[in-house]
Design a protein around this ligand. Sequence first.
Ligand SMILES: [Zn+2]
Length: 257
Amino acid sequence: MNSLFDSLILAYYNTGYDSSPSYGAYSQIAWYWWIVGASVLASWFVSYMLRSRFEKYSQMEIPLSGKQIAERMLEENGIYDVTVECTPGSLTDHYNPKDKTINLSETVYGAHTVAAAAVAAHECGHAVQHAKAYHWLTMRSALVPIVQLSSNLVQWVLMLGIILLAAGGSPWVLGIGVALFALTTLFAFVTLPVEFDASRRALAWIQASGVSNAIQYNQAKSALFWAAMTYVVGALSSLAMLLYYAMRFFSAMNDRR
Ligand SMILES: [Zn+2]
C-alpha cells in the first residue's frame, strides 16, 4: 500500500483538479477516501491482531529455539544445502533463495517460544517450496525484477497521468500508470498462495514432528493466520486502488470519443 504521504499527494491531485465531466467531484473524492480509509483501517486491525497474538505466544515456552526448529524441519525434509542465520531487527525473518539462507530475526533465532517456532517453520516452508520448485514461488521470483522497477515508477506515473488529464491532456499516461499498477497488484496476489502454502507446510510439520502439543499447535496456527492476513489486506487494498484508477482511465477514454 502507498505510504500516507503518497496517499495525500495523490488525493490532492485526485480531488483538487477534476475536469472529468462524467464524474461528479464529490463521487471521486468519496471513492478515493473510502478506499484509502478502508485500507488503513483493515491494515491497522490486522497488524493489531498480529502484534497481540505474537506478544501472547512469545510467552508460551517450548523446548526448542527458532534456530533448532528450522534446522530440524530442513533435515526432516531432506534439505542439507540451506543454512539458518540470525539477522538484526524484529519481523525481518525471510528466506533468501539466492544464497539459500533462512534468516531469522534476533527475537526468533534464540527464542524458545511458540511464536518463534511458527515463524521459523514458516520460513522453512519457503525453503521447502524452493527445493521442490513450487510453481507459485517460481512465478513470484520471475516477477520480482519487473515489479521492483514498476513499483518505483508507479506513483509518479499515476500522478503525472492525473495532472495531464486535469490539464485536458491525453489519458494515455494514466493508462501506463494503470498497467504498471496492475503488475504490482498481480504480484501481491501471486504472493498469497506462496504465503499460505509456506504456513500450511509449517503447520503440517509442527503437528507431525511432535515439537508441540495440541494447544501450542493451535497457537502457532493462529499466529500464522494473522501473519497471512497482512498479505490478504495488502492485495485487496491494491486491487481496490487499481479499480479506482482503471475507472478514471476508462471514463477519460470515453469522454474523448
Ligand atoms: Zn512468508
